[in-house]
Design a protein around this ligand. Structure first.
Ligand SMILES: Cc1ncc(COP(=O)(O)O)c(C=O)c1O
Length: 377
């Protein structure tokens, strides 16, 4: 019955989480460094807005592209942060950026076409591309090159079937960003770029960039899950050229109708009022990042590159003969520390473990101590 979907894999991070929860249910103390979500409460403005909205009026469907004031505020953000001019008509708000990503893939890549992705990359990219009947073409990123995109390899991978290049900068799982030069060269290829900018506001050392600064031949994705600490609220958005928005909106109408009205109102409010709160959360992530990197070095586990953004460190472990899944499971069973196996992010992630520092400094310290004492990496 389901054989046609046999190539769609599940998130290994979720499998680690499931086993971790099982151990927890049996009374084990588990430290979660496997999940990519902030441990903070959402900004209070978001909570107040939702309570107000739900108590005052019935929640309704909205325009499929989202409520206009929210789209206006998003356009303002892109103008202020990146100097790009977009109008609210180019924006599609959805329940998380995940569905918006699927829509971007569907509008650009017909069945049988190719989309260039990086290896490693966020676990669901390849699955969404396959689900669309297209084929992901992997460009390996190397630790030795600071996980920078090799443009020679990108050029060599372009065929007549290439319909888009999917990038994620700042990047999950490495916490690295592509250089301005890389973004400029990508723009010169004149192939549509799907730019996942969900971590753009979590850059600790330099001004973040949107790919839209370099080209408008672009579907940019962003959302409220990470910087605004609103993963479970499910709110994200897609920005595309005017020529593409009608098709994107048509797909969204059919797949989702609209994002929740009260969550959109909360998104509008946090864009208007919660910058300071979110900057404080970002500062805390940066403190944890420095702490984690310091401890890893102290324990002779230096990641050998600078993870300057998002909230991840991608660590190549010593015993390269071991599979990352087997190692992550053994670490979980023996130490109670949950990490994501690198292979979750593609074959290029094999030999790595991803640490998420979206957890307290105290927990990071306890986790590292346990790992060190176990001698497993
Ligand atoms: C790179 C990347 N893109 C998209 C998402 C999903 O975001 P959302 O919660 O907006 O669906 C994640 C979540 O971890 C992510 O890491």
């Amino acid at each position: 019955m389901t054989a046609h979907l046999k190539d769609i894999s599940s998130f290994l991070a979720m499998e680690v989480l499931a086993r971790a929860q099982e151990l927890e249910a049996n009374g084990r103390d588990i430290i979660h460094l496997e999940v990519g979500e902030p441990d903070f409460q959402a900004p209070s403005e978001a909570l107040e807005t939702v309570i107000n909205s739900l108590s005052k009026k019935p929640a309704r469907y909205t325009h499929t592209q989202g409520i206009l004031p929210l789209r206006e505020e998003i356009a303002k953000k892109y103008k202020e942060d990146y100097g790009v001019n977009i109008n609210p008509g180019q924006i599609l708000v959805s329940s998380g950026s995940s569905l918006a990503l699927y829509i971007a893939i569907r509008i650009l890549a017909p069945a049988g076409s190719e989309i260039i992705v990086t290896d490693p990359c966020y676990a669901c990219y390849e699955n969404m591309i396959r689900l669309s009947g297209a084929e992901p073409i992997r460009i390996p990123l190397k630790l030795e090159e600071g996980f920078e995109l090799d443009m020679g390899k990108v050029r060599a991978s372009i065929t007549k079937r290439t319909k888009a290049i999917l990038i994620n900068s700042p990047m999950n799982p490495t916490g690295t960003v592509f250089s301005k030069n890389t973004l400029r060269e990508l723009a010169e290829l004149e192939i549509p770029v799907i730019s996942d900018e969900i971590y753009a506001d979590l850059n600790y050392v330099s001004r973040p960039h949107s790919f839209m600064e370099f080209s408008d031949n672009c579907a940019a994705l962003n959302g409220f899950s990470k910087f605004y600490s609103m993963t479970g609220w499910r709110l994200g958005y897609l920005i595309v050229p005017e020529a593409w928005i009608g098709t994107a909106a048509k797909l969204h109408q059919n797949l989702m109708i609209s994002a929740n009205e009260f969550v959109q109102e909360a998104g509008l409010k946090v864009l208007q009022e919660s910058r300071e709160t979110c900057e404080a959360m970002k500062d805390e992530f940066d403190r944890r990042r420095k702490f984690l990197l310091g401890k890893l070095k102290e324990f002779d586990l230096d990641p050998q590159y600078q993870p300057n953004s998002a909230f991840y460190v991608f660590l190549r472990y010593r015993d390269q003969k071991r599979s990352s899944l087997e190692l992550a499971m053994e670490i979980l069973e023996k130490t109670g520390v949950a990490l994501t196996p690198g292979v979750d992010f593609g074959p290029g992630g094999e030999g790595f473990l991803r640490f998420s520092y979206a957890n307290s400094q105290e927990n990071l310290e306890r986790a590292l101590k346990r790992i060190k004492e176990s001698g497993l990496i």
